[in-house]
Design a protein around this ligand. Structure first.
Ligand code: NCD
Length: 301
């Protein structure tokens, strides 16, 4: 089976470091970027069964900057909407011999299933509530642009943890580097067993407690599409778990605020924080391109 990238859980610290170091070479993203020919003649198919702005666009830009061709397909515009099965759609695409398939799907494990059936590297761009490996890599790149190392940092991850593939991939990655991780959210969205995902994970239901002495505050959206009813009315959620200016003084001096996007202003984060100096949200987006270049190069270069 060809090696793609299905998750962070199976990567070693060395493999993660190699990707993060290579991504550094691809920063900053400039508007007059010289197209490289590292992946010249290769074709990357982006197959997205769920909505995406950042991830899909940045995979496409990353592929093109490395000299590859990139084709993006969304489920609504494909034969999936005509009832074709996942395996049939993928076999059809595989017959056109792409070099790799980047895939986002609402079912946890969908890319793993396909990786067992197709002779093509599969890159997981988010599978259900399971993993979103390139997001965790770009988050780590963003932190390391501002801090000398991950070791010993305290990272608070706040929001809808149970449905978040971003949280899971970040927990796997950060725990491999000795980060002290605090998870926080409303009890229905943060079952206590999540503390057992990895070493170094603590749980609190109090946002102030989570933010106290944090170096990094990662906010997450409530994934309404993955639950049948909202856990809280929006206003109440913001009152208890929304990040506001008044919280920032509890964190360590120089702490940064991150969010994978899309952000819901006034729900999990106040505009005053999202648009402030401490926000690294657009740095994350920018690093998405550099990190995905490093990932594509590693898999196909
Ligand atoms: C995240 C995702 O799709 O998992 N978005 C992203 O890739 N930047 C987070 C989210 O949708 O809330």
């Amino acid at each position: 089976m060809p090696a793609g990238l299905l998750g962070i859980e199976d990567l070693s610290r060395e493999e993660i470091e190699a990707i993060l170091n290579r991504a550094k070479d691809y920063q900053p993203v400039q508007d007059h970027f010289k197209r490289l020919d590292i992946l010249k003649g290769r074709m990357i198919v982006n197959l997205f069964f769920e909505a995406s702005t950042r991830t899909r666009t940045s995979f496409e830009i990353a592929a093109k900057r490395l000299g590859a061709d990139a084709v993006s397909i969304t489920a609504s515009g494909s034969s999936v909407s005509k009832g074709e099965s996942l395996v049939d759609t993928l076999n059809t695409l595989a017959a056109m011999r792409p070099s790799a398939i980047v895939m986002r799907h609402s079912a946890s494990g969908a890319p793993h299933f396909l990786a067992r059936h197709l002779p093509i590297p599969i890159i997981n761009a988010g599978d259900g509530t399971h993993e979103h490996p390139t997001q965790a890599l770009l988050d780590a790149r963003t932190i390391l642009d501002l801090r000398p190392s991950l070791e010993g940092l305290r990272v608070a991850i706040i929001g809808d943890i149970v449905h978040s593939r971003v949280a899971r991939s970040n927990i796997y990655l950060l725990s491999k580097f000795g980060v002290d991780i605090v998870l926080c959210g409303p009890a229905p969205l943060l079952p206590p067993e999540l503390a057992r995902i990895a070493p170094g994970v603590r749980i609190t239901y109090d946002i102030r407690e989570a933010i106290r002495d944090a170096d990094v505050i990662m906010m997450l959206r409530v994934q309404l599409e993955r639950q049948h009813e909202a856990a809280f009315p929006a206003g109440e959620y913001f009152h208890f778990f929304g990040l506001r200016n008044e919280h920032l003084g509890l964190a360590r001096p120089g702490a940064i605020v991150m969010h994978p996007g899309p952000i819901n202003r006034g729900r999990e984060i106040a505009s005053e924080v999202a648009d402030s100096q401490v926000s690294a949200i657009l740095n994350q987006v920018e690093n998405g391109v550099a990190v995905r270049m490093a990932v594509l190069e590693r898999i196909l270069g």
